[in-house]
Design a protein around this ligand. Structure first.
Ligand code: AGP
Length: 604
């Protein structure tokens, strides 16, 4: 996701734009730019890297003007370079965009046939060229409406036109809020950028288009029919605004997972699940004709995602998969050949152990595919192909939305590999993917129940997390979440492994959280659960909605929606993330920046 801001009024706007962008940097920070309209001329300044580069440029150029737009980028298409930084222009139009234009490839080739000359690798630039092409014999507003009708995907766009003292703003699936000043108007991705100037806001809805002038504001639908709007007055601090209404970034990111998974599926799961367009064209022939083995290398939470990947790829594509901690893989003289695919999973794309693993594997002739959340970071740049997660910046050190978006990419990849190997697309499963965000939203609505569990159990010093099959990696993930932010000792184990030693630990002082969802191993999990209860162990069960019979076997229970067993990890992990968060918050630890940890481990 990116940050956008616009201003129209009587003040010189460069400082307002820069200040606003600095409040939006948490939304994306790999490049930035502004555009200012003055006397029918638009000055554009942009830089790659953090915002301070743009500050320096603006300080030197001192652009004048009271109408302007600004953008801080989280790259999705096109490297984070100055040329790809927003704003983008064509003819007399200049735009900035937050979102993903799903049909940009076909629009770009159509525009090129019409003579458009592109200068960037981005999807966003097509908006400027469409406006330029559509402006012949149309007003500014009519050109915008015609342009919008061609766009598919997610977009929050601000437009400047050299011959009009106004800003046109329109949105679909990406956030946009209008700030109402006196004799001036503001627009931004969200309110942190505007709180310094106003407390009065209009939250725009999808399908709306706003025309901002110095002393007026009009709201329309995408057919230019006027729309009603409500001005809301908010009294919150700027810092609180960056976290929305959330106390910590981690909680905000847990609650963003329905949207970040939707964003990760967007443009890939098409036609309601009838089609899968996974951008791995560089490797498809290899998948079909040569692939014999997969090695997944990662660290921490990403390694847990890799374990889920093993189960899914082996089950669906029938290709053998081994999963290795990157720090181990590098030093165990692994066997790699030209029929091996290395999958590197990393939120940051900069984890040293993972990066060195893939460099070694490439030297041994392997193909490398990375799954990453940071565009053009070191790991994708060292890979033969990359599948990005679109979770947006993950600020909390404990990984949450990055993990579930990794699962989203992995399940699509497993379905794709099955199609490459068998020619058969698993449409039934692909369609079920589209129900994941809403089901996660339903779980999040019950977060109070997890808070109650945290209040009841936060004083214990040791926890066991148990799961079978696809829920074994989730048990590991739940244990990692709890230990890394609450500093309570926690271990994850396969439920069936208990009788081989760990059950000696069980007593009334060591609660167990067990994944006991209704799947083909349920009866065995139930036995494991009873073994624990028989030894005075307290049990919290994560169970399938409607399975009330389990209540007699456990002390507490949290229900998750019914689903295909292959998709259970998306749902069973959510209560574990929340449990870790609430326990840590009750204990008063530094949830977003836990002791001894860093968000990105760039050392061995
Ligand atoms: C997870 O909550 C931790 N922050 C940590 O284990 C993390 O997953 C690991 O360091 C890997 O980071 P990466 O995904 O950026 O490579």
């Amino acid at each position: 996701m990116c940050g956008i801001i616009g201003y129209i009024g009587d003040k010189n706007c460069s400082d307002i734009l820069l200040q606003g962008l600095s409040k939006l940097e948490y939304r994306g920070y790999d490049s930035a730019g502004i555009a200012i309209l003055n006397n029918n001329n638009i000055t554009r300044l942009k830089t790659e890297g953090k915002l301070q580069g743009l500050y320096a440029k603006v300080y030197l150029e001192k652009p004048e003007g009271t109408i302007g737009i600004g953008h801080t980028r989280w790259a999705t298409h096109g490297a984070p370079t100055t040329i790809n930084a927003h704003p983008h222009s064509a003819g007399k139009f200049t735009i900035i965009h937050n979102g993903i234009i799903e049909n940009y490839k076909e629009l770009k080739s159509y525009l090129q046939k019409e003579g458009a000359i592109f200068s960037t690798e981005t999807d966003s630039e097509i908006i400027a060229h469409l406006l330029d092409l559509n402006s012949k014999n149309l007003t500014f507003e009519e050109a915008v409406v015609k342009t919008i009708s061609k766009l598919e995907g997610a977009f929050a766009v601000l437009v400047l036109f050299e011959e009009a003292e106004k800003i046109v703003a329109f949105k679909q699936h990406s956030p946009m809020v209008i700030g109402v000043g006196s004799g001036e108007m503001f627009v931004a991705s969200d309110i942190p950028a505007l709180l310094e100037y106003t407390k009065r806001f209009i939250f725009m809805n999808d399908g709306e288009l706003a025309i901002l002038e110095k002393n007026s504001f009009n709201l329309y639908d995408f057919s230019l029919n006027s729309k009603e709007y409500k001005i809301e007055t908010l009294n919150i601090s700027p810092l609180m605004a960056e976290k929305g209404n959330y106390k910590h970034f981690m909680l905000k990111e847990i609650f963003e997972q329905n949207r970040s998974i939707s964003d990760t599926f967007r443009g890939r799961v098409l036609n309601g699940g009838e089609k899968l367009d996974l951008d791995t064209s560089e490797l498809n022939d290899f998948f079909k004709n040569s692939l014999k083995r997969v090695i997944i290398t990662a660290c921490g939470t990403s390694w847990h995602a890799g374990l889920v990947g093993k189960y899914l790829i082996e089950h669906l594509a029938r290709v053998p998969v081994e999963v290795d901690y990157a720090s181990e893989y590098r030093y165990r003289s692994p066997i790699v050949d030209e029929n091996s695919l290395i999958i590197a999973i990393s939120q940051s794309g900069e984890t040293a152990d993972t990066l060195f693993s893939i460099k070694m594997a490439k030297e041994m002739g392997a193909k490398v595919l990375s799954i990453c959340n940071v565009f053009q970071s070191s790991i994708p740049r060292s890979s033969d192909a990359v599948l990005y997660t679109y979770a947006g910046p993950e600020i909390g050190v404990a990984s949450t939305k990055a993990f579930t978006t990794q699962l989203a990419v992995i399940i699509m990849l497993a379905i794709h590999l099955k199609e490459c190997k068998t020619g058969e697309l698993d449409v039934k499963l692909l369609k079920e993917l589209l129900s994941i965000p809403e089901k996660i939203d339903g779980i999040l609505q019950n977060s109070e129940l997890i808070l109650e569990l945290a209040q009841k159990y936060h004083h214990f010093r040791d926890f066991l997390f148990l799961g079978r099959g696809l829920n074994f990696p989730i048990a590991l993930e739940g244990a990692l979440k709890l230990k890394e932010i609450s500093y309570i000792h926690a271990e994850g184990y396969p439920s069936g492994e208990m009788k081989h030693g760990p059950i000696a630990l069980v007593d009334e002082d060591m609660p167990t959280i067990i994944m006991a969802t209704k799947n083909n191993q349920y009866e065995k999990v139930l036995s494991n659960l009873q073994e624990i209860r028989a030894r005075s162990g307290k049990v919290i069960a994560i169970a399938t909605e409607g399975n009330n019979s389990i209540k007699e076997f456990c002390d507490d229970i949290f229900f998750v929606p019914e689903s295909s067993a292959l998709l259970e990890p998306f749902f069973t992990v959510i209560p574990l993330q929340l449990f870790a968060y609430y326990v840590a918050d009750i204990k008063g630890t530094d949830v977003d920046q836990p002791r001894n940890l860093a968000k990105c481990v760039t050392v061995e």
